[in-house]
Design a protein around this ligand. Structure first.
Ligand code: NAD
Length: 371
């Protein structure tokens, strides 16, 4: 019998529960089909709703329990109507990123057939790229939840952009390895350093470390883009890019832009990888405007579940998890190719449950290539 694996499950707020249920159902089905170990869930209460009830943003011991699991899966956290007295929102997940140093935020961006294409150019149909967002420092180093902003009463507030050598070396090494892995799969394997090195010393440092790490991977194709030009290029010629590495805030903004190119936030999957644990979540928020209506597109969450299975293959050494991850991706591919995935987010007729059901049917139908 394959070994079971413990997953910390933080459903959170708004559509978080619906989309994390969908991801778990599909991941379970993929594991069962490929003979991978079962995922044993440990639910952890956290978020704005929990804060309203208890005054805490995460259950006692929740942060420790999350770090003890093989992986953390998160639905969405936050409600704009629930705030701390300084005006910021409830964000315990930012503390998890910080505490477990989940520095590598991996955000794949892929176009699917029959999903909306926001760009008229036919090359947009083949979009397949990854935004690698550093997720522990950069401008988010002084996110309010950490209490690091320099506040001078009601007169002035300074936030800090922190770029440290240790984290940036790990980030760029991760980026080069990711580009190499993609190249091995027949993709361009090109790595773009996205920064603002022309203006900020911290960003020139980011680029300097990129160049240093490049010497360890001399065969990788690289180039550079300033973040403002990158925003332009993501609209003008996104097909020219493969993996783009950048600091936290730039990645926060550009990954939403890139998610928009291939449909919307309901397609934006995300993995946040550290040295000890990984956190997986759709990149979108709790979508209060559609919560409780079975309208959310669960695919970003389902694809994030696939990223989690891939991670588990690496960290547990159970190859079957890699098969299960591929099965999730192939099921979504098949569903779109056969026009069986028509999320309401794109004007389709299928709510959260119907989309999940259709992916589950595809998981059953995809040929088990490795068994
Ligand atoms: N990591 C997280 O948990 C996270 C990330 C971003 C925002 N938030 C929080 O979520 C709340 C809402 O934030 P927001 O409105 O800026 O961002 P959001 O991502 O929740 O929603 C933005 C827009 O995208 C739509 N949308 C998002 N996910 C969708 C899905 N799966 N299917 C269909 N449509 C979807 C929403 O309906 C909304 O119109 C806030 O409290 C914010 O702080 C949490």
């Amino acid at each position: 019998m394959p070994e079971t694996v413990n997953i910390a499950l933080i459903a959170g707020d708004g559509i978080g529960k619906d989309v994390s249920d969908a991801a778990m159902a599909v991941a379970d089905a993929a594991c069962a089909r490929t003979g991978a170990g079962a995922l044993i869930r440990q639910p952890i209460a956290a978020g704005a709703g929990y804060f309203q009830e208890t005054g805490n943003d995460i259950e006692p011991g929740g942060e420790e329990a999350a770090g003890d699991a093989a992986a953390i899966f998160l639905g969405a956290i936050g409600l704009p109507s629930v705030r701390h007295t300084d005006g910021t929102e409830i964000s315990p997940h930012l503390r998890l990123r910080d505490r477990y140093q989940l520095y590598a935020g991996v955000r794949p961006v892929r176009a699917y057939p029959n999903a909306p294409q926001r760009l008229a150019d036919p090359r947009a149909a083949g979009l397949d790229m990854v935004i690698l967002r550093e997720s522990t420092e950069g401008l988010f180093y002084s996110a309010a939840v950490h209490g690091r902003a320099i506040v001078d009463g009601d007169t002035e507030v300074k936030d800090i952009m922190r770029i440290s050598r240790s984290t940036t070396e790990k980030l760029h090494r991760f980026g080069f390895k990711l580009a190499e892995r993609r190249k091995a799969k027949g993709k361009p394997g090109k790595l773009t350093c996205v920064d603002k090195a022309n203006v900020f010393t911290s960003q020139a440092f980011f680029r300097k470390i990129f160049d240093e790490i490049h010497t360890e991977f001399p065969d990788t194709n690289v180039n550079y883009n300033y973040v403002d030009a990158m925003a332009l290029d993501l609209v003008r010629q996104p097909w020219e890019f493969d993996v783009m590495v950048m600091e936290n805030m730039f990645g926060d903004i550009l990954s939403d832009l890139a998610g928009g190119l291939v449909g919307g936030m309901g397609m934006a999957a995300c993995a946040e990888i550290g040295d000890e644990v990984g956190l997986f979540q759709p990149a979108h928020g709790s979508a209060p405007d559609i919560m409780g209506q079975d309208k959310a597109n669960p695919l970003a969450s389902i694809l994030s579940g696939g990223l989690m299975l891939d991670y588990l293959a690496e960290t547990t050494g159970q190859e079957r998890f890699a098969d299960a991850a591929k099965l999730v991706d192939d099921a979504v591919d098949k569903g779109f190719a056969e026009n069986r995935l028509r999320p309401m987010e794109f004007g389709g007729d299928m709510g959260t449950k119907a989309v999940t059901q259709a992916v589950l049917e595809c998981v059953d139908e995809v040929l088990p290539w490795s068994m």
